[in-house]
Design a protein around this ligand. Structure first.
Ligand code: PMP
Length: 385
């Protein structure tokens, strides 16, 4: 099962059907539609107009290691990381990808030795993002193989460790766990933005950092991610992967993403602007939703949620605990398969086994539209075992 569920089970409508039967709420996938209203308010400021003669060439900047990377996107990404303080960009090579999903695949291709007799081990601490094992082994490559939970990895062999911080599915802040001398690290920082977690100083400067507009601004449909890479040779190999895979990344999408990211930075810079900044808006929305889901969970004895200790965010100055993009809900008591249990109550979620964890847990998307979230938080306390 991929991140986006098969359309057969995708039911987004929250209109109550005739006969009073309750609707299905699908919170399995992490489709970030919750920021739609913010972007509606922005109107013309984020509109991109493209003429038929524009963006025709395969090439963007032949002097750059990543020759299909649009300079406008470099400027927008660099500026936003400076504004937020969530990554070091100086001296890094930027590689653009069709979502950070493509960059993940490019990174494991680049980091796996091409002349080894056995495939490179790829690990991540459970619960890990459910797409990692799928993406690692999908093509049954001889270069790399999924080797499971990093906590259990004890081979004296080279490995790649993925560190997702904040983590998908459970929202925790993470560091590498294997700490072997044959390891190479990839940091997936898709959720390291101030609406989800306090940004801490100094900014991360890991060897390979992955970001995406999908979870930062909510533009998953543009399919744009970027990698910040220390080593030129690794950046080159990642570029080669994307060259062979898709001969670059849509320029139209890159330019749209650049416009959106510039608008986010502008919204943070303009103190005297009446408009609310994107991160104020999104933080308040996440805070409201987490308050609501915690209230709903507190009304029952069937479920529990993780707690997070507050820290001060160097970007906003606010002190808060994580407000993750997903709720890692645990069924307390006798229920062993939380996914099936909630499914009977017409709430679709993703069960723990997809993340290398117990089926007592499910992952629930917190990024849906308001209407779906309302129905979900109203239904949760009415569930009885
Ligand atoms: N990494 C993590 C941890 C994610 O949760 C996601 C999206 N669910 C991705 C990467 C992939 O994002 P993209 O849409 O940029 O491919």
């Amino acid at each position: 099962r991929t991140e986006i569920l098969a359309t057969t089970s995708y039911v987004a409508s929250t209109v109550v059907p005739d006969g009073g039967e309750s609707v299905v709420i699908n919170l399995d996938h992490g489709d970030p539609t919750m920021y739609e209203n913010f972007w509606k308010q922005k109107g013309e400021k984020t509109t991109v107009v493209t003429s038929g003669w524009q963006h025709i060439s395969y090439f963007s900047d032949v002097k750059n290691v990543c020759w299909f990377l649009e300079p406008e996107l470099v400027t927008a990404v660099t500026r936003l990381h400076k504004v937020v303080g969530n990554a070091v960009t100086e001296g890094r090579h930027m590689v653009v990808g069709t979502g950070s999903s493509q960059l993940y695949q490019a990174a494991i291709f680049a980091l796996s030795p091409h002349n080894a007799s056995t495939p490179m081990n790829v690990v991540s601490a459970a619960p890990f993002y459910s797409s990692y094992p799928l993406m690692t082994d999908y093509l049954k490559s001889g270069l790399h193989k999924w080797a499971g939970d990093a906590h259990k990895f004890n081979k004296e062999e080279p490995y790649i460790e993925l560190i997702t911080s904040p983590n998908n599915p459970d929202g925790s802040s993470r560091q590498d766990v294997v700490r072997g001398h044959k390891g190479i690290l990839i940091h997936d920082l898709a959720y390291y933005w101030p609406q989800y977690t306090p940004i801490l100083s100094p900014p991360p400067d890991y060897d390979i950092m992955l970001f995406t507009v999908s979870k930062s601004t909510g533009h998953a449909g543009s399919r744009i991610g970027w990698a910040l890479v220390k080593d030129r040779e690794v950046a080159k190999k990642m570029t080669t992967f994307i060259e062979i895979n898709t001969i670059g990344v849509s320029k139209d999408s890159q330019i749209r993403a650049a416009k959106i990211l510039q608008a986010v930075s502008d919204s943070c810079d303009n103190d005297d602007d009446d408009d609310e900044s994107f991160f104020d808006y999104s933080y308040k929305l996440m805070e409201k939703r987490w308050k609501k889901i915690r209230e709903a969970v507190d009304k029952t004895r069937l479920f529990s949620l993780p707690d997070f200790s507050p820290e001060t965010c160097s970007f906003s100055g606010r002190t808060f605990g994580q407000l993750p993009a997903f709720a890692w809900l645990k069924c307390e008591g006798d229920v062993d398969d939380c996914e099936s249990f909630l499914r009977k109550n017409k709430i679709y979620t993703r069960g723990g086994k997809h993340f290398g964890a117990s089926m007592k847990y499910v992952r629930i998307s917190m990024l849906c539209r308001d209407s779906e979230f309302e129905v979900f938080t109203e239904r949760l306390p009415t569930i009885v075992s």
